[in-house]
Design a protein around this ligand. Structure first.
Ligand SMILES: [Fe+2]
Length: 279
């Protein structure tokens, strides 16, 4: 027969075991992964499905959310004419910069893109379908498809009659998303200034919720590519490669970015904004 002392000890041990089990049961799940990564890492993992080419294709709006001219097969794309003369953007962007940038850089991207897809199935795909699966293709396709497309957007969203502020629904969306036009340009300028090396700053429309967002991409990547941190339809493009400003601004990228707002073609950006909303 067990003594009272032994029974009390047994009950106490049992209570400890039960309490420990309950405590383990209700212990909240850690909000951080065990590998020491941040919560953002977890979000990135779930969001990474956008980077799957099939998922990117599904989420993309019809026609890539772009104007009709981009709906043709890539093999049929033409090198667009510059919508103004070489000196039209002066004094913001000088004649020689525009001439070299358009006639040599941009044209080379177009020619190299056409060579990279020559006699492949890519000639039978619209360019936005190539972007949605860009991780599957060569660096030559990635760099030159982006280089060709990004510059076409850039020239079209500049105008000698540009500047001022957007109107209508685009203006409302900018204020809703960023607080004010000034807050928007500040954030965009920061994205453009802090892009290390060569690349682009963008205002885009998110594929899934239609929200405006600002981002920057390296080299000739763009937000339609399935390697983008956030995918969307680009509606405003700013080239921050040195070839875009060096003759006039040398190392003063910030001055070029500040001057850029004087020649933004808001009518074109508004048109793209509406196109990107179409389902
Ligand atoms: Fe460029």
């Amino acid at each position: 027969m067990k003594s009272k002392k032994q029974i009390s000890l047994f009950v106490a041990v049992l209570a400890i075991i039960v309490n420990t089990a309950i405590a383990q049961e209700v212990k909240p799940r850690p909000t951080k992964p065990e590998n020491g990564g941040s919560l953002k890492t977890i979000t990135d993992v779930s969001g990474s499905s956008q980077n799957d080419p099939q998922m990117a294709m599904k989420r993309m709006p019809i026609g890539g959310g772009l104007s009709e001219e981009w709906s043709v097969y890539s093999g049929e794309l033409k090198f667009q004419e510059l919508p103004y003369s070489y000196d039209a953007l002066e004094p913001v962007i000088d004649k020689m910069t525009v001439e070299i940038h358009y006639n040599r850089h941009h044209r080379s991207y177009y020619n190299n893109f056409m060579n990279a897809i020559k006699e492949t199935e890519l000639t039978k795909m619209p360019i936005y379908h190539i972007f949605a699966q860009i991780s599957e293709f060569s660096d030559a396709v990635r760099n030159n498809s982006g280089g060709y497309f990004n510059h076409a957007l850039y020239w079209d969203n500049l105008s000698p009659k540009g500047g001022g502020e957007p109107k209508g629904e685009l203006a409302e969306s900018i204020i809703k998303q960023f607080g004010s036009f000034k807050d928007f340009t500040d954030k965009f300028n920061t994205a453009a200034k802090t892009r290390f090396g060569s690349g682009w700053a963008w205002l885009s429309v998110d594929f899934t919720n239609g929200e405006l967002f600002i981002s920057s991409t390296a080299n000739q990547d763009n937000p339609l590519m399935n390697n983008a941190e956030r995918m969307g339809v680009p509606i405003l493009a700013l080239d921050v490669w040195e070839h875009a400003y060096y003759l006039n601004y040398q190392n003063k990228r910030a001055d070029y970015i500040e001057a850029f707002w004087k020649i933004v073609n808001w009518e074109m950006v508004e048109k793209r904004f509406k196109q990107a909303q179409k389902k």
